[in-house]
Design a protein around this ligand. Structure first.
Ligand code: UD1
Ligand code: F6R
Length: 699
């Protein structure tokens, strides 16, 4: 994931060396997010000159590059604005040219760092090219830098905020953005939309205010307000061509540290830290200001102003609070959640989206996995696919095996890594072995990988941790891009692994005409998954109540599923036992009458997965068998399905309907929440359950 870090000092003497160290340390604090390259932009020796240094690879490599440059580290800057970035490439491969900061031109008039994706960059690029601009990177970000220059060249009288607003009117997509410019020395503009951004404030004196006013556009009449309601991007008749700076309103800002005395405020030494993530800022200051979407921060002569490009709407706050965080870093990173596990469960609308980001083109129905594309012809010719994993990762393999078989007609084996090794299972050169692992370091999976490599099989990794052993040692693979998972119980990694494997199945069958309809159906359904997970998360209140009233005191719990939902039952049972220490078992509904039914009485709680697919009637019959033995099941069913007389159920948890092979992505979420609330109610440290470690690096 990309990371943003910026540092502005005002009336605080800092040597160039100190400034460089501050921003490089800021980047290092963001490393855990995963990235492929990094870069910085600082002042050069000549006024107005910007020095940009960037490298592919770790921040360590960038540090070495900086150290090798002939920079005067002792030079003192009383006022300075530096920006830095770690990049997780989306448009354009991880090459030095594509690293951020990205400049508008060779003279570095405008220099930008950007998290997110500009969706209309092609149209903008075409427009800017038609004006004679020459693009030198493959990134979407370059169109932002060039847009700044283009608008500035037309209207150099604009101040930095006005200019930024004009640029934002043209952008579609998501962004966290920092910009510096030789035309506005020592100033920074920062803005966000769908991508987090915050500002840390550090002063020797106490802040006089713990909020900043938001400066809105005037409701109507002004040129800028008109532009705000006239989205022109991509149309070729852009507002960039008809700016009238004279009509733009002048700022009536207040600064962070004023006490109403403008003179005093402009003489207050102050430092600002801008970042996509608090972890890099809290080591400098605990005073944090979290920006909201569409906020435009302008830092200039020690003052911080927050502007909005549009007029104020009903219900919009007029200020942003500067919060004081006394918490430890760990606590802070949890945000408003009590545990990492809870946070990660609730992150799933974002993490599932990130897994698909840049890979699934919903408009054309095309799936591209860059890490596999060169290998696909070879993989398609394989005799067998063997999926190998442990624990939750193994369940994601089970959940997607049927789809792999259906779309590709290649036999698929699913193996627990330890058992696979114990059996010394035969592996051949024309086998493709797929290793699924969140950490990429699990010893059993690593040993199985070594075993398969020795036998000449092609190996694929489906891994969350970039740079992990499995990611490095497999021939090729897919990073699931779920973001770091800190809670020991795996939650968002499961849903992202699941989606990565579905994308893999779709990629493998991309030239099959007979399966085009099925592929389209799945791709359309994938697009809705993040939003549908959001809907499922609203069940938390009902689930907490169910746990409080009916499940807490139980010793044991059964989960019933069939077909695609068997994997969900197993995964739910694993979650429940690992963090609540309650015995739980996932049972294939068809197996009930072959033994398990003996356990059923009015006491034993049973959770049945009865969402609508072709096996629905069969699961219903299993439920009838349970009810006939005085059992009272909890059902996970689709919204609006009146499964049974409600009096016969302990509870019905309703989830949205999706296509059969993706339903498990939605059905698993209530089970994650049940395990979480059972554990919390029992006073268990959810993030660190007994006897378990996040990364199992021993056999
Ligand atoms: C890569 C970039 C991504 C960028 C995209 C488009 C990385 C980590 N990812 O993503 O930021 O948006 O190009 O240019 O640089 N691999 C393995 N084993 C594994 C996992 C991955 O060998 O277990 C390999 C892949 O084959 C590939 C590389 O690692 O060569 C990166 O994989 P992945 O991040 O999934 O590839 P892209 O989606 O192309
Ligand atoms: C369960 C869990 C474990 C892991 C297993 C494999 O919540 O986290 O079952 O899934 O230890 O770990 P990875 O995926 O890192 O290989």
């Amino acid at each position: 994931m990309c990371g943003i870090f910026g540092y502005v000092n005002y009336l605080v003497d800092r040597s160039r060396g100190e400034i460089i160290d501050t921003i490089l340390e800021g980047l290092q604090a963001l490393e855990y997010r995963g990235y492929d390259s990094s870069g910085i932009a600082i002042d050069g020796d000549v006024p107005g000159e910007t020095t940009i240094i960037k490298r592919v690879g770790k921040v360590r490599v960038l540090k070495e590059e900086v150290a090798s440059r002939d920079l005067d580290r002792a030079k003192i800057f009383n006022t300075h604005a530096a920006i830095a970035h770690t990049r997780w490439a989306t448009h354009g491969s991880p090459l030095t040219a594509n690293c951020h900061p990205i400049a508008s031109d060779e003279a570095h008039e405008f220099v930008v760092i950007h998290n997110g994706i500009i969706t209309n960059y092609k149209a903008l690029k075409a427009l800017l090219e038609s004006k004679g601009m020459v693009f030198v990177t493959e990134t979407d970000t370059e169109c932002i830098a060039k847009l700044f220059k283009h608008i500035y060249d037309q209207s150099p009288e604009l101040d930095f905020t006005q200019l930024t607003k004009q640029v934002l009117y043209e952008l579609e997509g998501s962004y966290g953005l920092l910009v510096r410019s030789s035309h506005y020395p020592n100033e920074v503009c920062a803005t966000r939309k769908g991508s987090p951004l915050l500002v840390g404030v550090k002063t020797a004196k106490r802040l006089k205010m713990d909020f900043v006013d938001v400066e809105y556009e005037k409701p109507s009449g002004s040129a800028s307000a008109a532009a705000a309601t006239t989205p022109l991007a991509g149309t070729g008749t852009s507002s960039l061509l008809r700016l009238d700076g004279g009509q733009l309103r002048s700022s009536v800002s207040r600064a962070v540290v004023t006490s109403g005395n403008e003179e005093e405020s402009s003489l207050t030494p102050i430092e600002y830290f801008l970042a996509s993530d608090p972890s890099s800022v809290v080591r400098h200051t605990k005073k944090l200001l979290f920006l909201e979407d569409d906020d435009i921060v302008h830092i200039h002569e020690g003052e911080l102003h927050i502007h909005r490009a549009k007029s104020r709407q009903a219900g919009e706050a007029a200020t942003r609070e500067i919060q004081t965080f006394e918490m430890e870093l760990n606590e802070l990173m949890k945000g408003s959640y009590n545990h990492f596990m809870q946070k990660e469960i609730f992150e799933q609308p974002d993490s599932t989206f990130n897994t698909m980001r840049g890979r699934v083109d919903f408009s054309s129905g095309k799936v591209t996995l860059g890490g596999l594309s060169q290998w696909l012809p070879l993989i398609k010719r394989s005799r067998r696919l063997i999926m190998i994993a442990c624990g939750t990762s193994y369940h994601s393999c089970l959940a997607t095996r049927a789809l792999l078989e259906e779309l590709n007609e290649i036999p698929v084996a699913v193996e627990l890594a330890s058992d696979f090794l114990d059996r010394r299972s035969p592996v051949f050169r024309d086998d493709v072995c797929i290793f699924v692992s969140q950490s990429g370091e699990t010893a059993d999976s690593m040993l199985a990988l070594k075993y398969c490599l020795e036998r000449g099989a092609i190996t694929i990794g489906i891994v969350n941790s970039v740079g992990s052993s499995i990611s490095r040692q497999t021939h090729c693979g897919v990073h699931i891009n779920a973001g770091p998972e800190i809670g020991v119980a795996s939650t968002k990694a499961y849903t992202s692994q699941y989606i990565a494997l579905v994308m893999f199945a779709l990629c493998l069958s991309n030239d099959s005409v007979s399966r085009a309809d099925r592929r389209r159906e799945i791709i359309e359904a994938l697009q809705k998954i993040p939003e549908q997970i959001q809907t499922v998360l609203k069940l938390e209140g009902q689930i907490k109540e169910l746990c409080d009233k009916s499940l807490n005191h139980q010793k044991s719990l059964l989960l019933l599923g069939r077909g695609y939902q068997y994997a969900t039952a197993l995964e739910g049972a694993l979650k429940i036992k690992e963090i609540s220490y309650m015995h739980s078992e996932g049972v294939l509904a068809g197996e009930l009458k072959h033994g398990v039914l003996a356990l059923v009485d009015e006491e034993l709680p049973i959770i049945a997965l009865v969402t609508r697919d072709s096996l629905f009637p069969k699961v219903m019959s299993a439920i009838e068998q349970v009810i006939a033995r005085s059992g009272k099941p909890v059902v996970i069913c689709n919204t609006g399905d009146s499964i049974l007389d409600k009096s016969k159920l302990l509870a019905a948890l309703e989830v949205p309907l999706t296509v059969d092979c993706l339903q498990g992505l939605l059905n698993v979420v209530p089970l994650q929440l049940i395990s979480y609330w059972l554990a919390v109610n029992r006073g268990i440290d959810v993030d660190f359950p007994r006897n378990l470690a996040k990364s199992v690096t021993v056999e």
